[in-house]
Design a protein around this ligand. Sequence first.
Ligand code: GUN
Ligand code: FE
Length: 430
Amino acid sequence: MILYRAHLLWSDSLNELRDIEDGGLLVDEAGLIVASGSFDETVAQHPLTEVRDLRPHWILPGLIDLHVHLPQYESVAMDGLELLPWLNTHIFPAEARFADPGLAKSAAQQFFGDLLSLGTTTAVVYSTVHQEATDIAFREAESCGIRCAMGKVMMDQNAPEALSEDTETSLQQSDELIQQWHGKADGRLLYALAPRFAPMCTPALMRGVGTLSEKTGAYIQTHLAESLDEILWVAKLFPECANYTDVYRQYGMLNTRTLLGHGVHLTATERAMIRRAGSTIVHCPSSNAFLKSGVMPLRRWLEEGLLVGLGTDVAGGPTLSMWNEMAMAGTVSKLRCTLLQEPEATVKPAEAFHLATRGAASSLGLKDRIGGLDKGMEADFIVVDPRVVDPAKRNDDATDRVLSRLIYRAVPRMVKATFVRGSQCFIQES
Ligand code: GUN
Ligand code: FE
């Protein structure tokens, strides 16, 4: 067992932070948190334990990215187009290159390494349509130690030639990958079925996805109501459905393990449908800004009781940093507040932090295991140095101000180390 001594900070709920100034986090060989509390109490209860004094650094739970595309990492920051032309021009050609296993391996190494270095310990990931590239990515996730839910993209209509697949093959290959990877590494690796979005999926494929999710417990990830052109296209393709969300509902894809990317333009009827199903909206504010998709009213939908998490949506969003995503959630909410005169719109740093940690864990059905620093949880945590982002180099500032600087002034250098289930997966070279 190791007892880490540091300032501990984690989120209990949307508006409750937990904070222990001179804290002790006791982690056992299996990577579980045996105790978390004041250092003096913890050391008194476990007097012979090895102590690692990390002061003046802080320990926070690892960040959780609920929506990100591995094969798109090389295509970040390609400016100038909106969603559909951007997919055709930049994204599909990049994804087609993942037919090459060599590229699939090197790209996955870079991707997971960078996520860990930015403090992300759990990611929900889209691979490409390629079964082999997805298998390779899972192997890289297994060996680098990150926690992830991932799946091969599925698209059996309207997809470019190089990425098209037939319905049966898509479902069959997904099923094989589920058997291989869902629950592996003692549950650290999970499968997230990835029907890309309604325009590129037939009803038969979506029904198959729903059935596979029910049968295996795998997650479902897809895109929903991201841009207006996309919504018009869906209305044309699925006239039998009342709205975009209803496509996923009718064809069996809405359950408690469904993660719906974006949802920028959802109507009240659709939100009610999603709430009833217990599915989660993954808010991707930097992507929505970058692709000019729209401005999701995060505050209002949280108040309605929708489950919401955050995603970088690389390459829609330009960075893999969940710090940046938390900052964007706050900034975009403030812009809404001023431009649209919604005085209540502002989202606070502690709220964004909750969405990126415990809230996301809850959406994954893992709230007792990750997302916090409570006794009994798995030790997914990061070590950060708040002085790196403090021009005044304070050691004794109020917690909410420290958290605000970590979010709004984030730089990679402030993340000193990243642990998943007690194992160190990243350490910053000094
Ligand atoms: N909609 C369908 N596919 C994608 C994708 O790869 N990225 C984003 N942002 N939206 C999508
Ligand atoms: Fe996406």
